[in-house]
Write a protein that binds this ligand. Structure first.
Ligand code: ATP
Length: 582
């Protein structure tokens, strides 16, 4: 039961729904158990020639009234129990999603999206089944079994009851054994489902790559393999259930066989009446459903527990980056940044991404960061945003270590334009205002103008209300970059990081963007990460990284004169430009 601990607050909050739901369910069972008694009475009076035509109406009326009562209370329990289990599904989904939002970005380096989506669909459904239909079946099965058996023994014949029930322990033992196998097989079905969703998710996200490399057939083949695995594992489960149902039916027919032989004998010898015989058989009929339900219950509860275990694994994973107890928000930010002998390795990596890195950026300064690919440029941005904590050294903003600053205020202070320029599938306007309805449209237009994307947007049929498609597929790389730049600017952050954010625009547009930004940047501390020298040559200072180390530092002119790595990169780019012109 500890598996379901995370749901305790929900169950406590909704206990009355469950209690009343179970009460209505017991009413249904009680009414069902009246039917054999009505039949017994009817048969006995019929065989004793005591019934008039009018009595037939009366018995029919009893049965109709019982039927109406059953229908009414069945409706009530379904609303109370099934409805509550849907509410549980809703809340569990919210809980899971909120938790996924709180986890650090490193978590997503090691967990696949498709896998997480499988948890949010299949696993939550299995938990709902356990805490809805599962509860119903347990209550139903226990209550029905106890009452039906007692009535059989008390109102008809104890020996007949014992004989008729003899086959049932076999059923119980086999069902319990089967439950374990079912659980195991169900887990492997869920696992195969995860593999399959993973494949679909990855394929659809990368559909443009698949098409441009004409890999559709190979991808279909890959998917078919995963689908086959899912099918095979499901078939294993189906086969088990295929055996299960005939088995239950066979055992229950044995009971009826015993009743016909032994019960029939008792009627012939006059030990029990014909009405008793009929009522006994009806009780036995009522027992078959609980016997079947036992199997289902075991199955549903085991599935629910297996799924809840997997959900718990996610819910129990702690965000790696959280606010320290001493953390306070940043106030009146100046924007001075200090990296003091910072060394950092990514989790599960042996290589240093940054080594003994020191840099002081005074407030309002504009720093250019350049270096070969993989030299650690983005790492600087990630560490400043505290997406990872550092192993050695210190990072300070306005002379306060990052750990002493609340994450929210730290990230509110920094406007980060990432390399991927990820956009959401909504309007351009909403992408720029991202999550904040409070921005005025004029402000959205203002930042779009600075990012030099306003004219492009005005050319679209729906202008700012143009829908950008999933991940911004309907836009060019350069348009996406400029929209994500506008998104960072609208926050009016004190620190601005442009991570290779001008790589997809031509040098003319780049110049315009930089000129537009110059005014904005006056008040901000800026880090401009780039591969192109033209992007950073006017920065107050430029640093050059190589294999995680700061190897050169100075203004453009100073670095060119130095004839080191920067000079080498500069020469190469001049040559490339010349070749492009020719
Ligand atoms: N999440 C990660 N886990 C493990 N290693 C990583 C991770 N991200 C980056 N690295 C490694 O850290 C090093 C520095 O990466 P970084 O992204 O900072 O380089 P970069 O200079 O920004 O490169 P580029 O110019 O290609 O964007 C690289 O060797 C890279 O492989």
């Amino acid at each position: 039961m500890s598996t379901f601990r995370a749901l305790k607050p929900f169950i406590i909050k909704n206990k009355w729904y469950y209690i009343l739901g179970i009460l209505w369910l017991l009413f249904v069972d009680g009414l069902q158990l009246l039917i054999p008694e009505v039949l017994r009475h009817f048969t006995d009076r019929l065989s004793a020639n005591q019934l008039a035509i009018g009595d037939l109406f009366m018995y029919s009326l009893y049965l109709v009234l019982i039927g109406v009562g059953i229908a009414f209370f069945r409706f009530l329990w379904r609303i109370y129990i099934m409805g509550t289990s849907r509410k549980l599904e809703y809340e569990l989904r919210n809980m899971l999603f909120s938790h996924l939002q709180s986890l650090s970005s490193n978590y997503y380096n090691h967990h696949k999206t498709g896998d997480l989506m499988a948890h949010a669909t299949n696993d939550i459904n299995a938990v709902r089944m356990a805490l809805g239909p599962g509860i119903v079946m347990v209550t139903d099965a226990v209550f029905m079994t106890v009452i039906a058996i007692s009535m059989m023994a008390l109102t008809t014949d104890v020996r007949l009851t014992v004989f008729a029930l003899l086959p049932l322990p076999f059923l119980a033992i086999t069902i319990a054994k089967m439950g374990k196998v079912i659980n195991h097989r169900f887990k492997s079905v869920q696992e195969a489902f995860s593999f399959m969703t993973d494949t679909v998710q990855e394929n659809l996200a990368g559909i443009r790559v698949v098409k441009s490399f004409v890999q559709e057939d190979a991808e279909i083949h890959k998917f078919q393999e995963k689908n086959q695995l899912h099918f095979d594992r499901n078939m294993n489960l189906v086969k088990l259930f295929g055996l299960f149902h005939p088995f239950v039916q066979f055992i229950s027919s044995l009971s009826f066989l015993i009743v016909i032989f032994y019960g029939g004998r008792l009627v012939i010898y006059g030990d029990i009446s014909l009405g008793d015989f009929i009522a006994f058989n009806t009780y036995l009929g009522l027992l078959i459903w609980p016997m079947m339900a036992m199997g289902w219950v075991i199955n549903i509860l085991q599935r629910g527990a297996a799924s809840m275990e997997r959900i718990n694994k996610i819910l129990n994973s702690k965000p790696e980056i959280t606010d320290q107890p001493q953390a306070q928000p940043l106030e009146f930010v100046q924007g001075k940044i200090v990296f003091d002998r910072v060394s950092f390795k990514y989790p599960k990596s042996d290589e240093y991404a940054l080594r003994d890195f020191s840099l002081t950026i005074d407030s309002g300064k504009k720093i250019g960061i350049i270096g070969r690919t993989g030299s650690g440029k983005t790492t600087i941005a990630s560490l400043l945003l505290r997406l990872y904590d550092i192993d050695e050294g210190k990072i300070l903003i306005d002379n306060r270590p990052l750990a002493d600053i609340t994450l929210k205020s730290l990230r509110d202070t920094i406007g980060y334009v990432d390399q991927d320029s990820f956009l959401f599938s909504t309007s351009i306007s909403e992408n720029i205002a991202f999550g904040k309805d409070s921005y005025l449209q004029e402000k959205v237009v203002h930042v779009a103008k600075i990012a030099q994307v306003h004219n492009n947007i005005m050319d679209f049929p729906k202008q700012y209300e143009t829908f950008v498609g999933e991940r911004g597929v309907t836009l060019s790389g350069g348009q996406k970059q400029r929209i994500s730049m506008a998104r960072a600017l609208i926050k009016d952050p004190k620190i601005l990081i442009l991570d290779d954010s001008l790589s997809a625009v031509d040098t003319d547009t780049e110049e315009k963007i930089l000129a537009g930004l110059a005014e904005e940047m006056k008040e901000k501390t800026s880090l401009v990460i780039a591969h192109r020298i033209s992007t950073i040559k006017d920065c107050d200072e430029i640093i050059v990284l190589d294999e995680g180390k700061l190897v050169e530092q100075g203004t453009h002119d100073q670095l060119v004169k130095k004839k080191g790595l920067y000079y080498e990169l500069y020469q190469k780019q001049l040559l490339e430009e010349k070749l492009a012109e020719e």
